[in-house]
Design a protein around this ligand. Structure first.
Ligand code: NI
Length: 405
């Protein structure tokens, strides 16, 4: 248990007063971002919007390489050697045609904030402006607005650009449309999966559909390959270790009676341990080699980098839970939940420093759940004020830690 902490209480009063001031702007900021979504690696207007808000409030910051992403200067702790915590949001949207009819729906055809990154960015902007105005605190802090979360490259790129230099831990939110607004979920340990995307190119020799014996049929090869992957991967994995392989794309051919030259498969492997992912990858490679031999085709698998899973630090998660319980009440803080086999590049910060990703309830009362990454995804905007305040409170709570060595 933590002792009452007079300077923390004072910090919290000042920060709360500033959060109260900013709350009225959160929805406008989120709606601006929602109307103007940008895909991974094209977050130029989003970056300049964030930078304008920060410049308007005289928050020192720099743009990341390529003018995609913003990192604020560290506001040091007023204690000597006090801890420095980073707060992180992601900027990018998805290639989805929005079906919502709201006035603030996407104005970019085929691009949509369907993963709540508009809300993440608005909340971090709100928290950044409030913390800045509150003046030096017990805890030092910086804000990181990163590009390319959906592509899985943004976090690693910002780490390489020095975003974590002088920082001891990191916090972030992800919206959760299955959780009622007013609730949060904070659990220690694994949150998201190790993710290994892959592409398999099958090269044969095309010909007439009536004379397959004169061809090397890449579609027949692909059909067998998928079936064998779906058999071999789970049958060679210890069933006590979660693992899923999914082929999400198959492209080949033009018409009924022509056997094409090439087929392409795209898929992903998800697990909670690097060794499990590596073993599954090796199985896919063996199945590709064996199927190539059986069908006389060339079968070439290519694997992207293995994105690690997010694993929340137990001590930081406990501090975030304490901050959330004080703010929202015990019954509104979920602390037990099975991890997701989704992926999240927040993991790339955790290779350097410990951190905690919290889930923020965004489901409105009486509303249907609209899942992430779907054309009707939306949030109850009451969540914005809750997330902004909790981000600030969790940060202050981490400041109670003894000075960093
Ligand atoms: Ni997301």
């Amino acid at each position: 248990m933590f002792m009452a902490h007079p300077s923390l209480d004072d910090d919290r009063r000042r920060v709360d007063a500033e959060v109260d001031q900013i709350t009225g702007r959160l929805s406008a900021m989120r709606r601006h971002l929602h109307e103007n979504p940008e895909l991974s690696s094209r977050e130029f207007a989003t970056t300049s919007y964030v930078a304008r808000q920060l410049a308007g409030a005289k928050v020192n910051h720099r743009l990341a390489r390529g003018k995609r992403g913003v990192v604020t200067a560290i506001t040091p702790s007023r204690r000597s050697r006090g801890p420095v915590v980073a707060l992180r949001a992601d900027l990018d949207a998805l290639p989805i045609v929005e079906e919502n009819k709201a006035a603030y729906r996407s104005r970019q055809p085929g691009v949509m904030h369907a993963c709540g990154h508009d809300a993440h960015t608005a909340m971090l902007l709100g928290a950044t402006l409030a913390l800045h105005r509150a003046g030096p605190l017990e805890v030092g802090w910086r804000s990181i607005f990163q590009p390319e979360e959906e592509a899985g490259h943004g976090a690693r790129s910002l780490v390489r650009q020095g975003a974590l230099e002088g920082v001891q831990s990191i916090l972030a939110f992800h919206v959760d449309p299955t959780l009622p607004v007013g609730q949060v979920c904070i659990t220690a340990g694994p949150q998201t999966a190790f993710c290994q995307d892959f592409t398999i190119t099958l090269r044969g020799q095309g010909g007439h559909g009536a004379r397959p014996h004169l061809t090397i049929d890449p579609i027949a090869t692909a059909a067998q390959l998928i079936t064998t992957i779906y058999q071999a991967v789970p049958r060679q994995n210890d069933p006590r270790d979660p693992l899923v392989v999914t082929i999400g794309s198959i492209q080949s051919g033009q018409t009924n009676n022509v056997i094409p030259d090439v087929a392409t498969l795209k898929g992903t492997i998800r697990s909670f341990a690097e060794a499990t992912s590596t073993a599954a990858r090796e199985t896919v490679e063996r199945v590709c080699a064996g199927t190539a031999r059986a069908f006389r085709a060339e079968v070439r698998p290519e694997f992207d980098r293995l994105l690690p899973g997010v694993i929340n630090d137990a001590k930081l998660a406990a501090l975030c839970v304490a901050a959330a319980r004080e703010m929202l009440g015990e019954k509104n803080v979920v602390t037990e939940r099975r991890p997701s086999l989704g992926a999240e590049d927040f993991a790339d910060y955790l290779a350097t420093i410990p951190g905690c990703m919290m889930l923020l309830g965004t489901k409105g009362p009486g509303k249907k759940v609209t899942p992430l990454h779907t054309p009707t995804f939306d949030i109850d905007e009451k969540a914005l004020a809750i997330g902004t305040r909790l981000l600030a409170h969790a940060l202050l709570k981490l400041g109670q830690e003894p000075p960093a060595c």
